[in-house]
Design a protein around this ligand. Structure first.
Ligand code: AMP
Ligand code: ZN
Length: 470
């Protein structure tokens, strides 16, 4: 597989690390509002990348954070906390807002056939990890305390601008968003690891720390959550292009300073979806969500088709006429597939050959448009209906366009894999049932309470035990 690596600014052959498991980290949503369809373009292309890796035979572990604290209105660590802004807007608590929009995000993902990553970790669950890493950075001389906040000293790293290839002075202009400069910083590009002082004193979520009662910066979240679940070496880190600077630049600086070695090999960035007026926004113009598209009669999967028709490394402009065209093409395609006579024996050799062709096409830096062309090649091929359907089912493990009736997830159980958390909870529920059967109520209660502490509530019903994640 060939993939464009932002770090080297070139298309490279993908090589996984020695462990044989591809470790993939995705910057997750800031759950202060609904995701717009631009955000979801990024998650969709990352989903295709993950599924393509699995389809090509790689074993993948994919981790995503949920930003429920620390992301300020300017990406350069200035302004108000986005979560707090959301809570005020809706007259709710930050945790209520986080819970509501986290569910809404995964509901949108479900509608777009975006697979849930193996691990989902909210930032608010990892405060001890953040503190430990910040302490390590201070000890090693990479971080300093000034007037209540802990800052990362970007002048201490050799190649702070490696990911962007531009000087931070050039880049800072775009991200400052007219907010006043923080005079505590030793260098303009230094960023906050831990805040105890903010202009916005009503910050709702705060924790004790060696530097006082406060909250973490946004960038430290992703480094720590990635290290917690993927270890010291990451294969692929994903996000939208706006994450390259300062977020991912800062992640590299602090992770490598802390670890003392190179951290992540491949940086995968999806270009933006714009509307006709330019930048997509949650506050100005029409707020384009999946639900809005549905309310206008569009199938969310037609939007997936629309996105897969273009390359992830090109900006894409959304317009209703463009979506209408994609929807019409998609409906025609589905009708053609529905008319296929399923009889006959599957020609496995043909299915295998098509698979190779699909891998060569999509594996060339995620050329999803060629993946869609492959659908038409299958339809035109001189093989029986059963073989065509088998090929379509096969490539739909990556495209997830529900090509052959039913949701794509129903097509192949390999892609409905449960997350590590789900498997762990199910194992504990089984152990608890066994303990109760053996009258070992102490162990049964221990399991219930330890899950409760992690925000997982067990609910005993007539058929067994269900669970709810807070
Ligand atoms: P956020 O919830 O703001 O942290 O953003 C979630 C993801 O969406 C990040 O990976 C962003 O880089 C990405 N993103 C933000 N705006 C767009 C856009 N217009 N098109 C595509 N991706 C975007
Ligand atoms: Zn991130």
């Amino acid at each position: 597989m060939k993939i464009y690596n932002t770090l080297t600014r070139s298309v490279e052959d993908f090589k996984e690390n020695e462990s044989g498991k591809v470790k993939m980290y995705t910057c997750g949503p800031t759950v202060y509002h609904f995701a717009h369809i631009g955000n979801l373009r990024t998650y969709m292309m990352e989903d295709v990348l993950e599924k393509f890796l699995r389809y090509s035979g790689y074993d993948v572990k994919r981790v995503m954070n949920i930003t429920d604290v620390g992301h300020l209105t300017s990406d350069a660590d200035e302004g108000e906390d986005k979560m707090l802004k959301g809570a005020k807007r809706e007259n709710k608590t930050v945790l209520e807002i986080a819970e509501f929009y986290k569910k809404a995000f995964f509901e949108d993902c479900r509608k777009l056939n975006i697979k849930t990553p193996d691990v989902i970790e909210p930032a608010t669950h990892c405060i001890p990890e953040f503190i430990k890493t910040i302490e390590g950075l201070i000890e090693k001389g990479y971080a300093y305390f000034a007037d209540g906040n802990v800052y990362f000293d970007t002048s201490k790293v050799a190649d702070y601008n490696a990911l962007t290839g531009h000087s931070s002075d050039e880049l800072m202009v775009g991200v400052r968003d007219d907010v006043s400069e923080d005079t505590n910083k030793r260098n303009k590009s230094d960023f906050v690891l831990w805040f105890t002082k903010s202009k916005f004193e009503d910050q709702e979520l705060k924790w004790d720390s060696p530097w006082g009662y406060g909250y973490p910066g946004w960038h430290i979240e992703c480094s720590c959550i990635s290290m917690k679940h993927c270890g010291e070496y990451l294969d692929i880190h994903c996000g939208g292009v706006d994450n390259i600077f300062p977020h991912h630049t800062n992640e590299i600086a602090q992770s490598e300073a802390y670890l003392g070695h190179k951290w992540c090999n491949y940086w995968f960035h999806v270009h933006h979806l714009n509307d006709e007026s330019g930048k997509m926004s949650k506050s100005k113009g029409e707020f384009l969500t999946v639900s809005l598209l549905e309310s206008k009669g569009y199938d969310p999967i037609a939007y997936r088709f629309f996105c897969l028709q273009s390359h992830y490394r090109k900006p894409l402009t959304f317009s209703y006429p463009a979506l209408d065209q994609a929807s019409a093409t998609f409906t025609k395609l589905k009708k053609k597939i529905a008319a296929i006579d399923p009889s006959g024996d599957v020609d496995e050799v043909f299915v295998g050959a098509n698979r190779e062709k699909f891998i060569a096409a999509v594996g060339n830096d995620m050329n999803t448009a060629l993946g869609i062309t492959n659908i038409y090649d299958i339809l035109k091929a001189d093989v029986n209906g059963a073989t065509k359907l088998a090929c379509l089912k096969d490539i739909d493990r990556v495209l997830s366009l529900d090509l052959v009736k039913g949701k794509a997830e129903e097509v192949d159980p390999e892609f409905t894999q449960k997350s590590e958390l789900e498997l762990e909870i199910e194992a504990l529920i089984a152990e608890r049932a066994e303990a109760k059967k053996n009258k070992n109520y102490q162990r049964a209660d221990e399991i219930r309470n330890s899950l409760k502490e992690r925000g997982i509530t067990l609910i005993d019903i007539a058929k067994g035990t269900e669970y709810k994640i807070d």
